[in-house]
Design a protein around this ligand. Structure first.
Ligand code: HEM
Length: 129
């Protein structure tokens, strides 16, 4: 599989899985929710793996300021995924409202979309090697 195909495939798979995570969370299907969270994290890991391989095919510095901007978003997003994990565990322990966890989780998904858009922008602006 080429890096571009792998990245596109796993990005779409991850977004679909995250959608299913939100639906199962809203419907209180706890076991299915947690299984889908694990699958979404695996999908995200594979998307990042292929994104890095794709990056090796471009002179990313040639893209200008979008390169550090995308890197910053990518790092913030990866760490931000700790927030739904922490608030999810707190929801199980009844130390956090499920609506708070839901809002935090949706914010992190939106951050993921912004990161994907800046990543696409980076690749389109960079010179292929
Ligand atoms: C990417 C990660 C996650 C996303 C996007 C996500 C999303 C959501 C959403 C949207 C809800 C519904 C909230 C509402 O009704 O307003 C929910 C509920 C819930 N989530 Fe998550 N979640 C994630 C990770 C986790 C994790 C890691 C845990 C636990 C370790 C967890 C545990 C729960 C629990 C216990 C509920 C309430 C379900 C119930 O009422 O039985 N979530 N989640």
């Amino acid at each position: 599989m080429t890096a571009a195909t792998g990245f596109g495939l796993f990005l779409v798979v991850t977004l679909i899985l995250l959608g299913a995570v939100v639906v199962t969370g809203k419907r209180s299907l706890r076991r299915r929710h947690l299984t889908l969270v694990v699958l979404a994290f695996v999908g995200l890991g594979l998307a990042i793996y292929y994104a890095e391989k794709l990056g090796e095919e471009y002179d990313l510095k040639s893209a200008g300021r979008i390169f550090p901007v995308h890197l910053a978003f990518a790092q913030i997003t990866v760490y931000a995924y700790l927030l739904p994990v922490i608030t999810g565990i707190m929801t199980i322990k009844a130390k956090c409202k499920r609506t708070t966890h839901g809002r935090v989780a949706v914010a992190v998904i939106l951050l993921t979309v912004v990161t994907a858009v800046t990543g696409l922008w980076l690749v389109l602006a960079a010179t292929p090697l």
